[in-house]
Ligand binder design. Structure first.
Ligand code: EZ4
Ligand code: CO
Length: 402
């Protein structure tokens, strides 16, 4: 089999998605997700200018060699743009192989280790009362794990809480909007939310929280310690992703489990953290971390240290990444949990999906390959629209982490 062509499809049903489609001389094609929220066109250019010309004529079954061609064969390696492009190529090749061998992807990477994938929902509200209600609604839908984010008195807007009634969506069309932040108010408020959540919903529901990179190491250590009585499933991105050493301070002060890595893109962002066992859950998604080939290595390395996966699954990853993640989550032993932020219904006008939510878990059918398809005629009905993630300032104007 040979790769005869490849193209990048950009579509925006409610939000932008970038999809790589690789075609072969046997009529089989594969899909990869190349969406990098707010920087979509950078990945489009990287794929079109630098990767697609090198793909033509290659054997799509040589996935490992292709991975190293696009990773090691680029002198300027690593980084989110590059690794999102590498991921899209890698996932599309696995999709082709599954279709050619007429078997679901999970069978190519070890076979099923479980029948269904535990997922967590998002719940948020403008204050503690509203967040309590939102968590209750997710539990009523059947979720057994819920991430809770709440508005903070005295802070205009908070990560994870939408301004109006629309579902939370991180990127907004147009240029970057400004938000404002005060860590002190946040740190005093969040433990009150989790106290109320445990009083209201008991010990059994898994509760998660995302700090979204906003604490210094000593602040994060205090927060993790103050949340300890509420037994979180995890505290996510308690310090900024690039500050690996910061996790040591959290560990020294708390037993709250730590998740990190949604902005990481290779094993080299994690290796010291794993060996020193400074965190518990790998967040790097297949779509941004070099694809299935690389995540298999990251997960295997983590398994040595009893670290589990908990892949990022926001709306800014397309159904192609969600399906790839679900196959992966089914197959590996050290799966922990999968984030599930449902796409708006209009996304299904462009993408045909093969997974569904069922009582706290996701299940996926046994279509060959990934099992997700894209309708190119529908995709052109939703042209790209520039969108940005917000920027964040302290209330005195200092540029801060978003
Ligand atoms: O802000 O995916 O855990 N989830 C998150 C997300 C990220 C967005 C950025 O594009 O932190 O909401
Ligand atoms: Co996050």
């Amino acid at each position: 089999m040979k790769i005869t062509s490849a193209k990048v499809i950009v579509t925006s049903p409610s939000r932008n998605f970038v999809t790589l489609k690789i075609e072969t001389d046997e009529g089989i094609y594969g899909l990869g997700d190349a969406t990098l929220n707010g920087r979509e066109k950078a990945v489009v250019a990287y794929l079109e200018e630098h990767c697609i010309p090198m793909l033509i004529g290659r054997d799509p079954f040589q996935i490992e060699d292709s991975w190293y061609l696009f990773y090691r064969g680029a002198y300027w390696r690593r980084g989110p743009v590059t690794m999102t492009a590498v991921a899209a190529i890698d996932v599309a090749l696995w999709d082709i192989k599954g279709k050619a061998l007429n078997t679901p992807l999970y069978n190519l990477i070890g076979g099923k280790s479980r029948e269904k994938v535990m997922v967590y929902a998002h719940a948020n509200g403008k204050d503690i009362e509203a967040t309590l209600g939102a968590v209750g609604r997710e539990i009523d839908k059947g979720f057994i794990a819920v991430r809770a984010q709440t508005g903070i008195p005295g802070i205009i807007d908070t990560y994870g809480v939408p301004k109006g009634d629309a579902p939370y969506e991180p990127a907004v069309r147009g240029l970057a909007q400004e938000s404002f932040w005060e860590t002190e108010k946040y740190m005093n408020h969040v433990p009150k939310l989790f106290k109320r959540l445990r009083e209201t919903y008991g010990e059994d529901v898994h509760l998660l929280h995302d700090v979204h990179h906003r604490c210094t190491p000593i602040e994060a250590a205090r927060l993790a310690r103050e949340l300890e009585p509420y037994h979180l499933f995890w505290l996510e991105d308690a310090v900024a992703g690039e500050l690996q050493e910061g996790l040591r301070l959290i560990r020294n002060h708390s037993t709250t489990p730590i998740a990190i890595g949604e902005v990481f893109n290779t094993i080299y962002d994690y290796s010291a953290l794993m060996v020193e066992q400074l965190f518990d859950y790998i967040r790097m998604p297949i779509g941004h971390g070099g694809g299935i080939t690389h995540l298999l290595k990251v997960a295997a390395f983590g398994s040595v240290y009893h670290i589990k996966t908990g892949f990022h699954g926001p709306t800014d990853l397309s159904p192609v990444t969600m399906a790839a993640a679900l196959h992966f989550d089914l197959a590996i032993n050290n799966f922990g949990i999968q984030e599930y932020m449902p796409h708006q219904a209009i996304v299904n006008d462009v993408f045909k999906i093969n997974y569904k939510f069922d009582k706290g878990y996701m299940i996926i059918d046994d279509s060959p390959g990934l099992g997700v398809d894209i309708d190119e005629a529908k995709a052109v009905k939703y042209p790209y629209e520039r969108a940005y993630l917000p920027i964040n300032r302290k209330t005195d104007g200092t540029m801060f982490h978003w």
